[in-house]
Design a protein around this ligand. Structure first.
Ligand SMILES: [Zn+2]
Length: 522
């Protein structure tokens, strides 16, 4: 038997004992999750060193030479495990596709991305973000460099952290998945599902080719469940599942005043001030409690069902801690929980600008005032239609709305004039938690014994879930494994080794979930 140890409670000596107890005898069971757990206990060093080698490859989207090196490495990583692998060309950063398992079994399509955010090396505590460094703990906790990387079969300390760009986001799950295949092969586990892998190379640059690739390879990618392995796990370390991602739309509103800034003394009581008008316009869009007042704002949204609401009720909310951490005197939403509010479409002012403020301020009536809004979308919202509601709202306030920079005739003939640009974006994707595939995921996570799963109807952030739910027409879930304090996108990105080891169990559970065959595409 593999000793079950509490999350985060492993020590190097504990692992040594575990290895000693296990000895070189046969591995326990032919079950997917115990097999992954046993493998993680014995082969943690190989997992860490493969992640080291993979994160040593520069991987910023746009640099096609190095991006292709990553794609080639992925092909050989897949083939080494007996999976078939191929490159799906996009005209730029390729998508790597892999497949293993019995074609007659239900299929699980697992998505990760292999590109990473650009870096500012000056902020890193190591010479090169693509020269991985192993530390005894997080830098903030005084972690020091582990000079010698563990050799094959040597113990690792779960508190160790591997520092490198993409260590967490998103190469860790890829290497963990590869080791799950190793674990199953070593233990003679037949993968209970047919596994399909899709590894994207321009996620951090906007996933420009994913939707098109999905349309072009609909049959190849057909599956009964899509799993996105990305992002951080809940800070408690409990297995987490997010059944949706929000979509995104946005507009920039320009309100016009005089054709050039005017003296505020000579003209200020007479020439309309565009900054004031923009402020009035924006304040008409939201009520004092943050509720959106734009007509029909929530008309298209698919409301949460009973199972989704039950999941939210059970969620370990930390709104009060977060309020104090961010030093907020109050919150919007009449006391509703953050995750409840996140399930609604948003209207957010990203920024506003009109002439000068503070020390630079001059006594002028500005010529224009601008605000850029992001509109986060939920299931049911269409990006263009949601932006159009903003246009209708602005018109209802007495404005003439134009798409292009107005000419002088338009200006003098429009008592109130605004330009609204943008309105493109992509929709949300969400699978109801009472969907049988969603239930299979929750059950599989619960059966890992790593704690009651943290289940959320949708993440607040936006991402291409719609590619899976709308284009490929399959249920969708995000299952993260990496530590929440991984410095994703920032300097000193890292992954905690213990999260890789627990990630083996979590992703093995999801990959072998008892997914009902329900695929709509043959
Ligand atoms: Zn990511």
């Amino acid at each position: 038997m593999t000793p079950t140890l509490p999350f985060g409670g492993w020590t190097a000596s504990g692992l040594l004992i575990a290895v000693a107890i296990l000895g070189p005898g046969p591995l326990d069971g032919q079950q997917p999750v115990p097999a992954a757990r046993s493998w993680a206990d014995r082969n943690a060093a190989s997992l860490v060193t493969e992640l080291r080698d993979f994160t040593a490859l520069t991987n910023v989207a746009g640099d096609l030479v190095t991006i292709r090196r990553n794609a080639a490495a992925l092909v050989s990583m897949l083939e080494r495990r007996g999976a078939t692998a191929r490159i799906l060309e996009t005209g730029a950063e390729p998508i790597v596709y892999g497949e293993i398992g019995d074609p007659s079994r239900p299929a699980v399509l697992i998505y990760c991305h292999y590109d990473g955010q650009p870096v500012d090396p000056a902020g890193w505590q190591q010479a090169n973000p693509w020269t991985p460094v192993l530390r005894t703990a997080a830098i903030e906790a005084g972690g020091t460099v582990v000079e010698r990387w563990p050799g094959p079969g040597e113990p690792v300390n779960p508190e160790w952290r591997l520092y490198a760009r993409s260590a967490s986001d998103d190469k860790a799950p890829i290497v963990v998945l590869m080791h799950i295949l190793d674990a199953w092969r070593a233990a003679g586990v037949t993968p209970p599902n047919r596994l399909k892998f899709i590894f994207e190379g321009d996620e951090e640059a906007g996933s420009k080719y994913l939707a098109e690739t999905a349309r072009r390879h609909r049959d190849l990618l057909a599956a009964d469940l899509a799993v996105m392995a990305d992002g951080p796990i809940h800070p408690t370390g409990r297995p987490s599942a997010f059944f949706g991602l929000r979509g995104m739309s946005g507009v920039t509103i320009t309100v016009y005043g005089p054709v050039r800034p005017l003296h505020s003394g000579h003209y200020g009581n007479w020439a309309p001030n565009p900054a004031m008008r923009l402020a009035q316009l924006l304040s008409s869009m939201k009520g004092s409690d943050g509720e959106v007042l734009v007509a029909g704002w929530e008309d298209d949204m698919v409301p949460l069902g009973p199972a989704d609401r039950a999941a939210l009720a059970a969620f370990p909310h930390d709104d009060q801690e977060q309020r104090l951490q961010f030093q907020l005197g109050s919150t919007d939403g009449s006391g509703a929980m953050r995750h409840e509010l996140i399930a609604h479409p948003s209207l957010n002012i990203r920024g506003m600008r009109s002439l000068f403020v503070g020390a630079e301020a001059r006594t002028l009536v500005p010529d224009v005032a601008l605000a850029t809004l992001d509109l986060r979308l939920v299931a049911g919202n269409d990006p263009a239609r949601q932006a159009e509601k903003v246009v209708r709202h602005v018109e209802a306030q007495g404005y003439r709305v134009v798409r292009e920079e107005p000419d002088s005739a338009t200006r003098v003939n429009s008592p109130r004039l605004a330009r609204i640009a943008g309105g493109n974006g992509y929709p949300a994707g969400r699978t109801p938690i009472d969907h049988p595939a969603a239930q299979a995921v929750v059950t599989a996570l619960r059966e890992t014994g790593l704690g009651e799963p943290v289940v959320v109807p949708t993440m607040g952030g936006s991402g291409p879930a719609y590619v899976f739910t709308d284009i490929l027409r399959m249920p969708f879930v995000v299952v993260p494994i990496v530590n929440h304090d991984n410095n994703q996108h920032a300097e000193n990105e890292n992954v905690r080794v213990g999260n890789l080891l627990k990630g083996m169990e979590i992703l093995a559970a999801v990959a072998s979930a008892k997914v009902p065959p329900a695929r709509s595409t043959p």
